[in-house]
Design a protein around this ligand. Structure first.
Ligand code: BES
Ligand code: ZN
Ligand code: MN
Length: 505
């Protein structure tokens, strides 16, 4: 019999999906000879002094392996030595870093995840990672910390519905040049990880458990970190005139919520992050068909990325003023649902004809963006949303779309994304004339034109004169197979991107 444990509170539910025993990382200044597995690095361009010394220690066995395998140190290629003599190791993994000057923190994190998955598959419980002379002393500490970060990100599990959770994990000892610096770097990354894990768990959790109210309850757990939580209930949403946000949530008994999480680490004007929080997107009366409805519990991943980022900023004690505004609703079918053809009034004052109830994300975001501007006067506003299937068709599941006329912000965010393997690709704003309606100020779908762009152009009407960027992360939120530093389930996409951007600018 399958036992599904029904958690009585979301706090319990969320703590249960976190790793029971996470991988642990010790940073020291020597190789652990008693580990089950030794991991050594080999670069394409010969900066391999630690490889050489370990090879000597192992009587030339490492060199024999790479000669036989024609191993040249290509990035992420692995050569393996099993049961080496003159040692206690069960195995040694020789791991390629590629060209040493191209081995950056993004590649290190990816590799950490990748190697961690290999160690788990081989049932390795202790590993010694010889990171002492990888690439050179100056950024060694950063690379080692990111390798560990990647391993830990890959280790994340959500197994509350599994009868037999996988309890296997790896205990790591790193040999690094600068222990203190590596520890400090890793500590910072652990705070960001906590934000990523929160976003992943919120996204992976099933829609009946992760409703607007449960999402709000999860956010309330963050008050102990000094984050100020404000929640607008359906009556207040109505009273403020947020007719679009109100309408989308009307088909479900819970109704909509506007959730605000404010981390005020400086007295500067805030940066507003606005997230789409549709806890389930059935499409509404314009109902989704076939498999397109199956993964729509993840339609709140924009809001999850926002909340995860706010948590990460609080944990890192960043000197930033960041306010997250999350538009929460379930887009369901009922007698009370918004119907195609209805006209809604946004708080901005613009009326919107709902031509298609499945274009609900832009509706909830329009009022959330208005609220962020009106109540927080942000210097910059970035919205993030699983907004359009058109984005998935244009860019696939690995790149997210970035859409804005602010070249500086596009450059900054794209650069930040590259540092953390959360890549952005720019699509244009425009085709605004396709959003005309006979009866209202705007139609919620473009009559023609590229779907990701027309959706963004709809949102532009609610950005006022605030510097604004739109990120469409449809397709990036949920994966079924682990890859590199991503574990199966919610990806937490956006948390590392935003954290990197906020901390660097
Ligand atoms: N949540 C969907 C977009 C989506 C699609 C996310 C695939 C993740 C994967 C969004 O609300 C939606 O349904 N958009 C429609 C808009 C259309 C009706 C104009 C779409 O893209 O089909
Ligand atoms: Zn949606
Ligand atoms: Mn939809």
């Amino acid at each position: 019999m399958k036992r599904i444990i029904k958690a009585s509170s979301i706090a319990l539910a969320l703590s249960m999906c976190m790793n029971a025993q996470a991988a642990d990382f010790n940073f020291s200044s020597k190789v652990d000879n008693n580990a089950n597995t030794l991991v050594v690095f080999y670069s394409q361009d010969g900066k391999n002094s630690q490889f050489k010394s370990l090879n000597k220690q192992l009587d030339g066995q490492l060199q024999r392996v790479i000669d036989i395998e024609n191993f040249t140190g290509d990035y992420a290629k692995v050569a393996q030595l099993i049961a080496p003599s003159k040692s206690n190791y069960s195995r040694v993994l020789i791991v390629g870093t590629g060209i040493s000057k191209e081995f950056d923190k993004a590649k290190a994190a990816k590799l950490g995840g990748n190697i961690h998955a290999k160690l788990i598959a081989a049932k390795v419980d202790t590993a010694s990672v010889a990171f002492d002379d990888v690439i050179g002393v100056s950024n060694n500490a950063l690379l080692a910390a990111n390798f560990a970060h990647g391993a830990n990100l890959r280790d994340h599990r959500f197994e509350k519905y599994k009868q037999n959770p996988n309890t296997q994990t790896v205990s790591y000892t790193f040999d690094v040049t600068n222990t203190k610096q590596t520890k400090a770097n890793y500590k910072q990354l652990e705070s960001i990880q906590a934000g990523v894990f929160l976003a992943r768990d919120l996204t992976t959790e099933v829609a009946t458990e992760m409703t607007p109210i449960e999402f709000v309850n999860a956010a309330k757990e963050l008050t102990s970190l000094g984050i100020k939580i404000t929640v607008l209930e359906p009556e207040q949403i109505k009273k403020l005139g947020m007719g679009a946000l109100e309408a989308v949530g009307r088909g479900s008994k819970q109704g909509s919520r506007l959730l605000i999480a404010h981390y005020e680490g400086s007295s500067d004007a805030p940066i507003a992050l606005v997230g789409k929080g549709i806890t389930f997107d059935s499409g509404g009366y314009s109902i989704k068909t076939g498999s397109s409805i199956a993964r729509m519990k993840s339609d709140m991943a924009g809001a999850a990325a926002v909340l995860g980022t706010i948590k990460a900023m609080a944990l890192t004690k960043a000197d930033k003023n960041v306010v997250g505004v999350m538009a929460m609703a379930a887009n369901m079918v009922s007698e009370f649902s918004v119907a195609p053809g209805d006209v809604l009034r946004t708080a901005e004052g613009l009326s919107v004809e709902v031509v298609n109830t499945d274009a609900e994300g832009r509706l909830v975001l329009s009022d959330a963006m208005w609220y962020a501007r009106e109540y927080y006067k942000p210097e910059i506003m970035v919205d993030i949303a699983t907004l359009t299937g058109a984005k998935v068709r244009a860019l696939g599941n690995e790149y997210a779309a970035i859409i804005s006329d602010d070249d500086t912000l596009v450059t900054q965010l794209t650069y930040a994304g590259k540092q953390v393997n959360e890549n952005l690709w720019r699509l244009p704003l425009g085709y605004k004339d396709t959003l005309k309606s006979d009866i209202a100020d705007l139609s919620n779908v473009g009559s023609s034109g590229p779907g990701a762009t027309t959706a963004a152009s709809f949102l532009e009407s609610f950005a006022g004169d605030t510097r604004w960027v739109h990120i469409d992360m449809a397709g990036n939120a949920l994966i079924t197979q682990g890859k590199d530093e991503l574990s199966p389930g919610g990806t937490g996409f956006g948390v590392r991107l935003f954290s990197e951007w906020l901390l660097a600018n």
